[in-house]
Structure formats: C-alpha cells, structure tokens
Design a protein around this ligand. Structure first.
Ligand SMILES: *Cc1c(COP(=O)(O)O)cnc(C)c1O
Length: 509
C-alpha cells in the first residue's frame, strides 16, 4: 500500500490515504498532502470518452482512484455508487453545467440530498471512512459545529453508517429557519443534534477543546472509540470535489461548447478554501485551467492575501447574507502554500505558527508571484450580491443563491482572456435562503411570516417568469420541512457539550 500522505508541516511520518482520512488532521496539526499530485495526471481524452458512454460516477471513480490510491477499484466503485447512485437529479446530472450565455456557465453543485454543495463531499466521506475502518474494531464519533450547511450535509451523509455516530452542534438562533429545520428533523439511529447558547465560534471552539481533551480520549479509547471530524480539512472531503471540475470540463466538451484542450476559468465562492483548492488539484492533475478566481464576501481576508501576500485575520468579522463564507481563517490555504512553495514544510510551519501567535503572516514575494500566476480574486458586498441575484434573474432568466451571487459579481469584475470561457461554481439552492433571495428580487414583495411564505413567493415569481431549469419549485426535501416532526430539542450551554458527547457515544455507538 502506498503511504504517500504526510503533513504540510513535516515529512516525518507518512501514512496511507485511508489513515489520513480516518485521522483528519496530521498529528503535528498540519494538513495531510501527497507529493504524487503531478503523477496522478488524468488522461483527459480517455476520461471524456468514458463519460460520453457513462455518468458522473465514472469520472468520480477515475479521479478519486488516482488521488486515494490505496482504495481498490472495487472499493472505490462501491463508495461512489453509494454516494451518488441515487442522487436526486440523476447520476448523469450529479453536478450539471448550465449555460447563461456569453461563454459563461454555472456549475450547479447543489442538486444533492440537502441542496448544498457540501453534499458532493459529505456523501463520500462517510463511505471512505467506513471502508478505511473495515476489518478493525475501530468505532468513530464525528463531532461537528456548524453555521448551517455543513451540519445537515454531514448528518445526511453519516446517518445509519455502521460503526460511526455523529453529533452536530449549531448556534441557537444563528441559522436560517430552513437550515435549522433540516437538522432537527434528521432521521437515523446514530445521529444527535443540539443547539448551543452562544454564537458559532463558541460552539466551534468548544468542539476543538473536546478534541484536545486527553482524559476523554483515553476513556473513549478503552471502549474502542475515536473522535473525528467532518471538517473540510479532511482529504476525504477534498478529493471528491476534484471530480466535478473534470466532469464540468467533460460536459462542455461533450456538448461541443469547448474543444478538448481548450482552457477554462473557474470562479469559486470561497470560505475555507476547500472548493477552490480542489480546482487547483484538478489543474495539477492535468485539467486545462487558466485562472481560478477566489470570490469572497465582506470577510475579504483572501482578497487581501492574494493581492498583497499578507494574510491578516485581525479585522472585524462581518455577518453577511452568504454565511457559509463568513470565515476569517481559510484552513485549506495551508495546502496551497505547501504546493506552491515546492513542498517547503519549514516555511509552512513557520507561517502557521505566525498565524497562531499573531493572527497574521506574510509570504515571500516569489511565492506570492507564483500563486498569482494561477489565482485571481475579488470580493462582493451584500448589496452587490443582491444586485447580482436580481440582475441575473431579469437579464438571464436564472436564479442564484447569495453565495453564488458573490462569485457571479466577482466574475463579472474580473477580466477574461480572449476566447476563454468561464464557469462559476454554484454552491447552494436559492431555496435554502428564501428570505434573503426574496429581498434581493426587485419584483417580489417579501412576505411577512415564516420562511416558507418566502419560499412560495419565490416559486410563484419563478413560474411567472418561466425560469424553468428546475428552479421553479423548491427541492422537495426543503418544501417538506413545513410541518415535519422535530426530533431534536436539546439546548445546551457550551460547558455542557463535553458530557453530552460522552453520553451520546454510549447511546449511538
Ligand atoms: C461551504 C460553502 C462555501 C465555501 O466553500 P469552501 O470550500 O469552504 O471554500 C460556499 N458556499 C456555500 C453555500 C457553502 O456551504
């Protein structure tokens, strides 16, 4: 078995992809990376030929097999089939590309079970983990603090997976009504959901402290239980995202919209830097990508970094209408620093120590220049995102969610090379953010009352405008939340979370 994953901060001990997926984070706090990225090149001609006859699943098997090379082809096929085999929009349309005219496309990543792009990765991760743990007695408890989307996508992915339990904590009053209902109505015998009094950071930092609690870890170890995370730093979440870049390219070649070998730009609404990093992996693995455009909201720490080389989290935190991008520490950026410094672990370790100690670091000018060869950037205010939602609806007959709208705005303000088409990644269904979408659309009077009133107002307006493209109706799982039975009503103080977790390991595993 190829043990080719090691930490971004040292090469000292190498592990297999399976171990890296079970561990999540490397023991020194770094992120697992492989040096075989360039050797994992995909034969694009063959991939597209297979895609013509097949589905997204074939692309996923090839790309994931190249990245996670200790899974056998049979194991990988089973994981991929389990994750995407009954995808709501069908196996050919796991991540459909939609044309908005003018060489501009939207890659819809939100057609999964919970209407968030995180489904693409979180339907795979539990299966990759379960397969990696097969044959051992290891049982795993997943802990996740969520500001909304991750929690539901993780619950849906891990529900009833053998040998694994999951506890999700969300800030009381900190999510949209629909996001909350998605979580507290979750089915499955191995899941638990609790509201925490406080904000997302309170829940998140308490989860981190629970991970670091040695006495708890020892007590659980005697029962064969390990705590793990579904966070996007896990390579088992990153790898599945690489596949849709290849699939988007294949869709465009098959539709004769581009020729094999043509370059494409991708513009990505970014928070933790996982989604756009997957595009970088695709480029290293041979996909003809010209620019990767990093789109941020008012929390524009990445725009500043990519412009100046200074990463500085010491700044005000803004609550925006694109909450999944309200992040000041983009953890996956560490992997980019590793690769673009040609694997300089010492440099990465030093920069990350600066970040931990001072909340800021500065990369050497040569490194910034290299990063800028591939990455462009920009940011959008809430008003610019609202204008994008309204403008695209009335000019191009397409409805975007606020996160996608940030990327659309940034894409419009970033220059395109002659003849290079552009794909904007769409990360959530507009029906997850009904109230903000209603308020953005100039031709809707935002109803008073519940978010479901807003949902119906959007549906009515979409039908009136004849938008089509599966946007005239809210996805059924969201519509069905109106009146669904609530299973979880626990409300905790942050201080009660650790006891709750220990109790749940007994009840769920
Ligand atoms: C998580 C999320 C993002 C950000 O993705 P990263 O991989 O963290 O950069 C963007 N949009 C939505 C809707 C999300 O849920």
């Amino acid at each position: 078995m190829a043990s080719n994953y090691h930490s971004t901060r040292s090469r000292e001990h190498a592990v297999t992809a399976k171990r890296a997926i079970l561990d999540g984070l490397a023991p020194d706090g770094g992120l697992y990376v492989t040096d075989a990225l360039d050797e994992s090149r995909i034969n694009l001609g063959e991939l597209i030929a297979a895609r013509r006859e097949g589905t997204y699943l074939d692309v996923a098997c090839t790309v994931l097999g190249a990245l996670l090379d200790d899974y056998t082809p049979e194991e990988m096929r089973a994981c991929v089939q389990g994750a995407y085999g009954s995808w709501p929009s069908g196996t050919a349309n796991v991540t459909p590309v939609v044309g908005l005219g003018g060489g501009e496309w939207v890659l819809e990543l939100f057609r999964g079970p919970t209407s968030a792009f995180k489904d693409v990765a979180l339907q795979m991760l539990p299966r990759l983990m379960s397969c990696a743990a097969a044959g051992s007695d290891e049982r795993i408890m997943i802990l996740t603090a969520t500001s909304g989307d991750t929690g539901k996508a993780a619950l849906d992915g891990f529900a009833d997976v053998p040998g694994i339990g999951i506890c999700v904590f969300y800030p009381q009053g900190g999510t949209s009504e629909i996001q909350r209902l998605q979580m507290v109505t979750q089915a499955g015998r191995n899941v638990a959901v609790a509201a925490v009094r406080g904000n997302f950071d309170d829940a998140q930092s308490t989860v981190k402290r629970i991970f670091g609690n040695k006495e708890l870890a020892e007590r659980l170890a005697t029962r064969g239980i390990t705590l793990s995370s579904a966070n996007s730093i896990n390579v088992g979440r990153l790898a599945p995202q690489v596949a849709y870049y290849f699939d988007a390219y294949a869709q465009l070649v098959i539709a004769d919209s581009i020729a094999l070998g043509d370059e494409l730009d991708f513009c990505v609404p970014t928070g933790n830097f996982g989604d756009v990093l997957a595009g970088y992996y695709a480029k290293r693995m041979g996909l003809p990508v010209r620019k990767l455009i990093v789109a941020s909201n008012a929390n524009n720490v990445l725009t500043d970094f990519l412009t100046t080389g200074v990463y500085d989290r010491n700044r005000p935190f803004h609550k925006t209408i694109s909450p999944s991008m309200d992040i000041l520490i983009s953890s996956n950026l560490e992997r980019l620093l590793y690769y673009e410094s040609d694997g300089d672990c010492e440099l990465v370790a030093r920069l990350m120590a600066d970040l931990a100690n001072e909340g800021r670091y500065q990369v050497p000018p040569e490194l910034l220049a290299r990063i800028q060869e591939t990455f462009a950037c920009g940011c959008a205010t809430d008003d610019e995102a609202r204008d994008a939602i309204n403008g695209v609806l009335h000019e191009r007959n397409y409805l975007m969610d606020p996160h996608t709208a940030v990327a659309w705005h940034v894409s419009q303000s970033t220059s395109r090379a002659e003849g290079v088409q552009r794909v904007v990644l769409s990360t959530a269904s507009p029906y997850k953010f009904c109230r903000d979408v209603c308020e953005a659309v100039g031709t809707i009077d935002t109803p008073q009352g519940s978010d479901f009133a807003c949902m119906h107002a959007i549906e009515d307006e979409m039908r009136r405008l004849g938008v089509g493209m599966n946007l005239e109706e809210a996805p059924a799982p969201l519509a069905e939340l109106e009146g669904a039975a609530v299973r979880f009503t626990d409300v905790l103080d942050a201080g009660q979370m650790i006891d709750y977790v220990e109790r749940k390991t007994g009840e769920l595993l």
